[in-house]
Design a protein around this ligand. Structure first.
Ligand code: ZN
Length: 259
């Protein structure tokens, strides 16, 4: 099985002590390539450094939680990081009206600025949306973004339809394994066209709840991507090997990653 984890927060402190082992476990479980998520200018720089050091890929962006910390240096900083050949997308960027760590006007302003940067650089957008439908889709549409992924999709059908209509890819995480809040995804995931589907762990977050035994400190890691992939394959009634191949092909095409 050959998998691409399109979203792993490997700059997180949870991986500081044993990143080498985490990466070798990932390879042992079929994860051929990993895109490290950048969530602030500093974290994006760190993500690009990890990508360079370990043969990974990275995104450069500011998560909506951090929108209030943005200033005139943010976009130039991201532009500089994005010039690195292993930085394959702009983001994660978007709107998060669930936690509201940053005021909505700040979130919208810096989301739009990053969409413009993605367009300027011709790179796909790595998009985060939480409880922000339909505003999120309106902003994406207004900026003419057609190349991107709605990462960690957890929404309902109208939101999924909106993203597919926009031409976006959809990233599925271990949320689909959550018997408390993810069961609606078992049905919705069948509606994602095979050429738009991507899989991701969002490690160290979103450890699949049906993983037994649960890992130490419940830390999620890229090696568990095969578990997520199998859950998606079961829900779609498809062969896991074929689905893995399709999602890896989609990821490589979207991000311009060589096989
Ligand atoms: Zn996110």
């Amino acid at each position: 099985m050959q998998l691409v984890d399109i979203g792993a927060n490997l700059t997180h402190a949870a991986f500081r002590a044993d990143l080498g082992e985490v990466l070798s476990r990932a390879r042992g479980h079929g994860v051929a390539q990993i895109v490290v998520t950048g969530t602030s200018v500093a974290e994006s720089r760190h993500a690009a450094d990890l990508a360079e050091a370990h043969g990974l890929y990275a995104t450069a962006g500011v998560h909506p939680h951090h929108a209030r910390e943005c200033d005139a240096s943010t976009i130039p900083g991201l532009r500089e990081i994005a010039a690195h050949p292993r930085v394959v997308a702009i983001g994660e960027c978007g709107l998060d009206f669930n936690r509201n760590y940053s005021p909505h006007p700040d979130q919208e302003r810096w989301f739009e600025a990053q969409l413009e940067l993605a367009r300027e650089l011709g790179k796909p957008a790595f998009l985060h949306s939480r409880d922000a439908h339909p505003r999120f889709a309106q902003v994406v549409k207004a900026h003419g973004i057609e190349k991107g992924v709605a990462h960690c999709f957890t929404g309902e059908r109208p939101e999924l339809r909106a993203y597919l209509d926009l031409g976006l890819h959809v990233g599925i995480t271990g949320w689909i394994c959550d018997e408390r809040r993810g069961t609606h995804l078992l049905e919705l995931v069948r509606e994602i066209p095979a050429d738009r589907l991507l899989v991701e762990t969002d490690a160290p977050y979103l450890t699949p709840r049906d993983l037994h035994p649960q890992p130490k400190a419940r830390r999620n890691e890229p090696a568990f991507l095969a578990h997520v992939l199998r859950a998606v394959a079961r829900a779609r009634g498809e062969d896991p090997e074929a689905l893995a191949e399709a999602t890896a092909r989609n990821a490589r095409a979207l991000f311009g990653i060589p096989a």
